[in-house]
Design a protein. Structure first.
Length: 165
C-alpha cells in the first residue's frame, strides 16, 4: 500500500509539475511584456504631462500639481501623517481611495512608496496635490495588488490633513 502511494505521488509530480512550470513561465513572460508596455506608456505620459500648465517636476522624476497650497507645518520623514487620497492608473481606473472608505488614513512618511515620501515632505498641512508617480517611485515591477499592473505610473490625489507626531 505504501509503495502504491509513493508511485502515485511520483507519477503526479512528473505529470503535473511540468505543466505547472509551463503555466508559470508563460505567465512570467506575459507579465514581462505587460511591464515593458506599462513602463513605455508611463514614460510617454510623463513626457507629455511635464509640459502641461501647473505641473512641476522634481529631480527624481516625480511630477505634481498643487491644487490647493497648504499653510501648516511640513512633515519630516520620521513623522506620521493623516491624509486623504485617491489612486488611479493612467486610464483612470481607481485602485484605492480613502475618500470612498469615508476615513482618512494615517501613515509613517518614511514607510510609503518613494514618490509619496518625497511629495509629503514638500507639502504643508492643508495642502491638496495631484501626484504623477513614475513606476520607479511607485511599486515598480512588484505590485502589492493585482489592481496595479507591474511597472505602472500612478496618479494620486493627495490631501495632507495633519501631522500626527
Amino acid at each position: 500500500m505504501k509503495l502504491h502511494r509513493v508511485w502515485g505521488w511520483l507519477l503526479a509530480t512528473l505529470v503535473v509539475l511540468p505543466g505547472c512550470t509551463m503555466d508559470i513561465e508563460e505567465r512570467l513572460k506575459k507579465l514581462d511584456k505587460q511591464s515593458e508596455a506599462n513602463l513605455k506608456a508611463g514614460q510617454e505620459f510623463l513626457t507629455q504631462n511635464s509640459g502641461k500648465a501647473g505641473v512641476l517636476s522634481t529631480e527624481t522624476g516625480l511630477q505634481y500639481k498643487i491644487l490647493k497650497a497648504g499653510d501648516g507645518r511640513q512633515p519630516q520623514a520620521t513623522d506620521r501623517v493623516r491624509v486623504h487620497y485617491r489612486g488611479t492608473l493612467l486610464d483612470g481606473t481607481q485602485f484605492d481611495s480613502s475618500y470612498d472608505r469615508g476615513e482618512a488614513a494615517v501613515f509613517p512618511v518614511n514607510r510609503l512608496i518613494p514618490g509619496w515620501t518625497e511629495a509629503l515632505q514638500l507639502m504643508k498641512e492643508g495642502g491638496h496635490w495631484q501626484l504623477f508617480v513614475p513606476s520607479n517611485l511607485a511599486y515598480g515591477k512588484k505590485s502589492p495588488s493585482t489592481a496595479i499592473p507591474p511597472s505602472s505610473t500612478l496618479i494620486f490625489e493627495l490631501e495632507l490633513i495633519a501631522i500626527e507626531s
